[in-house]
Write a protein that binds this ligand. Structure first.
Ligand SMILES: Nc1ncnc2c1ncn2[C@@H]1O[C@H](COP(=O)(O)OP(=O)(O)OP(=O)(O)O)[C@@H](O)[C@H]1O
Ligand SMILES: [Mg+2]
Length: 315
């Protein structure tokens, strides 16, 4: 049975002082200072459009176009855990890639910490590349199998021209629940869950302020999904990160995120506090999703949004 993941709204209202884990010591001199108000949204997306041209198949007809994003707007505030949920192909990863400046928009704008990054040249994206880190679905394909884990974790620091001490790598390994000697081994010597922990350690290495996780537990064995979700949740709290979390598993988003945007066919159809959206969904598409929501336990067993909608079985 999967480990219990406390719902985001329970944590929010929990008056108990937070117990900081090993991640707390990852705060270093370069970490964010306390105090300032954060009037500016951390991420602001304005009317984002992304069309992908398809290869031309006819001499007379124009080349077909996939409208991956059709005018997406959203705001993510400082310290928020913002979920994006929707069926396969609705544009979730496209949106994340453009926010992380790994892809360019056809039109629209993305502001990160107040800076319009939409058309910034690569050399001016360096601060963004440090501040905003990503964790992907499949840790095996995102970790270089020829590199030792300590070098994988240190790589983002080295690339950005920072010193990467053994001490720092050990701290990161400890923060994600791996032993210090894990640094000597290669990715294939770990389980899927451990590899995702390595990906998370690597993402945290440059002390990002924003963590973007694209289906971070979907490829993992059922037995470890809850543990990795808990780890992400704890790290976001301990390190005061802003989290953007994509999943097609509604109940996973419900348990991790404070606010959620529901996407369908390249558009956001509804945004709100997660508890409100689930208690009283406004848009018909969200109502369908919510009526098909599985228990966390069932979502962790691998049922996808599409499976649930197809079966229409909320049990
Ligand atoms: N590089 C690309 N070239 C052409 N089409 C693309 C490209 N990337 C995405 N698409 C198309 O854009 C649409 C949105 O894809 P995207 O990967 O963003 O969906 P998603 O919501 O992340 O789906 P999933 O849940 O399966 O990961 C899909 O129709 C996809 O085929
Ligand atoms: Mg995707």
């Amino acid at each position: 049975m999967p480990e219990h993941v406390p719902p985001a709204h329970d944590r929010e209202h929990d008056p108990a002082p937070r117990q900081h884990g090993p991640a707390a010591r990852l705060h270093g001199p370069a970490a964010r200072q306390d105090g300032p108000a954060h009037p500016e949204p951390v991420i602001r997306v304005v009317d984002l459009v992304r069309d992908y041209p398809r290869p031309r198949t006819s001499l007379v007809r124009p080349a077909p176009v996939v409208h991956a994003l059709r005018g997406v707007s959203l705001e993510v505030k400082h310290g928020e855990r913002f979920g994006i949920v929707g069926e396969s192909g609705c544009g979730k990863s496209t949106l994340l890639r453009i926010v992380a400046a790994l892809d360019r928009a056809t039109s629209g704008h993305v502001f990160v910490e107040g800076t319009d990054i939409t058309n910034l040249p690569e050399r001016r994206l360096r601060p963004l590349r440090e501040n905003l880190q990503l964790v992907f679905q499949d840790p095996m394909s995102s970790l270089d199998p020829r590199m030792r884990v300590r070098d994988i974790i240190a790589e983002p620091l080295v690339v950005q021209g920072h010193p990467a001490s053994g001490q720092r790598v050990r701290e990161l390994l400890e923060a994600v629940g791996l032993s210090a000697d894990a640094g000597d081994r290669y990715p294939h010597q770990f389980s899927g869950g451990q590899r995702q922990r390595i990906s998370i350690a690597r993402a945290l290495a440059p002390r990002p302020r924003i963590l973007i996780a694209d289906e971070p537990v979907s490829a993992l064995d059922v037995s470890v999904r809850a543990q990795v979700l808990n780890l992400i949740s704890d790290l976001v709290d301990d390190l005061d990160l802003t989290l953007v979390f994509v999943s097609h598993d509604l109940s996973v988003v419900k348990h991790v995120c404070d606010r959620v945007a529901v996407m369908n066919a390249g558009q956001i159809v509804e945004t709100g506090y997660t508890a409100d959206v689930y208690a009283a969904p406004q848009h018909p598409y969200t109502q369908r999703l919510v009526s098909a929501i599985p228990t966390l336990q069932r979502a962790l067993s691998g049922a996808t949004t599409s499976d649930l909608l197809a079966n229409g079985d909320p049990a």
